[in-house]
Design a protein around this ligand. Structure first.
Ligand SMILES: Cc1cc2nc3c(=O)[nH]c(=O)nc-3n(C[C@H](O)[C@H](O)[C@H](O)COP(=O)(O)OP(=O)(O)OC[C@H]3O[C@@H](n4cnc5c(N)ncnc54)[C@H](O)[C@@H]3O)c2cc1C
Length: 461
């Protein structure tokens, strides 16, 4: 990186907070994207760690004037290459903006700086409050700014939706350096166009989020986890809408093939608790204000599943039993990790999941690829792992992937439900959007970032 750029950044943040030595920068150049898909990072980068929105404003004014690309980095847990700097430029890490600004229990809201991690947030709420924040993408190293920028989802969307449903206000530094405050501690707010929601899910391409106010909820005291086993995917899938229609809204409803659950458990040195028949399992996570409510909803779920020919059910009540099931579910990726080409993030309308599963099974057979499917079934969000061949992408990888996307779109689905477009999914934007829709998106990008300095190559070129 040119000396004059490094010198200018040092003047803004101080020399302790600028890294240009490659060995020190390595940890800032990549994220958690599958290795076979990861875009190449530009080693001609400089990492800067500002300590305030004002410093970020100065950095952006400088970068905008000199047309230097800026890639924003949160926790680096993204899986679509969003935080990977593919052009020579500045990597801007939010890690020093890590303060909890205000826990406002009267308004049931919390305001945090963008670099606060999910783990930090959970710790503060766990120890200091009766309130909780429901969004949980698998890796607690994710930062709140990154979770807003990716509109993160996770397992608990059945009851609590996605990040977008809980962001009330943001402080954002625009690529031109202005600091703006969007939204407020409001339940209703209809004034003008909604710039707050433009920023959510914008993946570091429209502005840098420096502070967020999030909605909190009363903690439910009683939690339980239910595993219900079926012989067929279709019977398992068909039971889910009936449960929701009957007014039971679990925190999460997860789907796993038994073989996946057993392998994941084995890798952890544990045992999958459902072993009394069946080949697929649904995991229901429940939280209720009363013990009676927890038991009666668990019983109702079991009764409904029995009508769909479930063959077994177990209820985990102790914290240890529940943790064991969740750990195994979280490790579903583990046994396949070394041989996954791509972990897709497709979603379809929930009612079409059984047909979607059938179509994916047919494609798996046609291409002779042992596609593993699991996921957030009540959200229609299925993660399909396309397997590699001897550590490489299979020759038919692009063709198969496109067929899977087209299958999802046929049912009114989406290429990416929660991971984002990033750098690895943008090629398929024209599959999902019309030319006119993409043109409007380009105009929006232009309006925020006229010189195109923010996160080049992400969402669109
Ligand atoms: C094991 C594992 C499980 C996961 N499970 C889920 C899941 O269930 N659901 C889900 O939704 N995701 C999941 N993810 C993906 C990931 O955790 C989320 O996308 C997360 O929200 C990313 O946050 P981050 O801080 O790590 O962002 P990063 O990876 O650092 O960045 C992601 C994008 O946001 C931008 N960005 C980051 N911070 C800011 C900011 N302050 N201002 C503007 N732009 C910013 C970056 O430029 C980049 O484009 C998982 C990841 C892993 C590794």
């Amino acid at each position: 990186m040119k000396d004059e750029i490094i010198e200018s950044l040092v003047q803004i943040v101080g020399e302790d907070w600028v890294l240009d030595d490659l060995s020190k920068m390595q940890g800032y150049l990549y994220d958690e994207t599958e290795p076979l898909l990861r875009p190449e990072a530009s080693e001609d980068s400089v990492v800067v760690k500002p300590g305030s929105p004002e410093e970020i404003s100065e950095i952006l004014k400088y970068a905008n004037k000199n047309l230097i690309p800026v890639t924003t980095r949160g926790g680096g847990t993204g899986v679509v290459g969003g935080a990977i700097p593919i052009k020579p430029g500045i990597v801007l890490s939010l890690e020093r903006l890590n303060k909890v600004v205000e826990l406002d229990e009267k308004n049931l809201m919390i305001t945090v700086e963008a670099g606060v991690t999910l783990a930090d947030l959970l710790e503060v709420l766990g120890s200091e409050s009766k309130l909780f924040f429901p969004i949980h993408p698998g890796d607690e190293g994710a930062q709140i700014g990154g979770m807003v920028a990716t509109n993160a989802g996770g397992t608990k969307a059945v009851k609590h939706g996605i990040m977008r449903n809980h962001v009330k206000a943001l402080e954002v530094v625009l690529p031109t350096g202005e600091i703006v405050n969007l939204g407020g501690k409001l339940i209703k707010n209809n004034m003008g166009y909604d710039l707050l929601h433009m920023m959510i899910g914008s993946e570091g391409t429209l502005g840098i989020i420096t502070k967020a106010t999030l909605k909190l909820y009363a903690k439910n005291k009683y939690t339980g986890t239910l595993v219900v086993s079926f012989n067929t995917r279709r019977e398992a899938c068909d039971s889910v809408p009936k449960i929701l229609q009957d007014g039971i809204t679990p925190l999460a409803v997860e789907y796993m093939d038994r073989i996946v659950a057993e392998k994941a458990a084995q890798q952890l040195g544990s045992k999958w608790p459902a072993d009394n028949g069946g080949s697929v399992d649904l995991i229901f996570m429940l939280d209720e204000p009363t013990e009676d409510g927890l038991y009666s909803n668990s019983e109702k779920i079991v009764e409904i599943c029995e009508k769909y020919n479930s063959v077994d059910s177990i209820i985990a009540e102790t914290a240890k039993e529940q943790r064991n099931i969740l750990e195994i579910r979280s490790n579903a990726y583990g046994p396949y990790k070394d041989n996954i080409s791509d972990a897709l993030d497709i979603a379809v309308p929930p009612s079409t999941v059984p047909e979607f599963f059938d179509d994916i099974a047919a494609l798996a057979e046609k291409y002779n690829n042992n596609i593993v499917s699991l996921g957030h079934i009540a959200d229609g969000n299925i993660h399909n792992f396309i397997m590699g061949e001897n550590g490489k992408l299979p020759s038919y990888y692009e063709e198969l992937k496109e067929k899977m996307y087209k299958t999802a779109l046929k049912y009114g689905g989406t290429v990416t439900a929660e991971h984002g477009t990033g750098k690895t999914r943008k090629k398929h934007m024209p599959l999902q959007f019309t030319e006119r829709e993409i043109e409007i998106m380009k105009n929006i990008k232009n309006a925020f970032d006229p010189n195109g300095i923010l996160n080049p190559g992400t969402i669109m070129d």
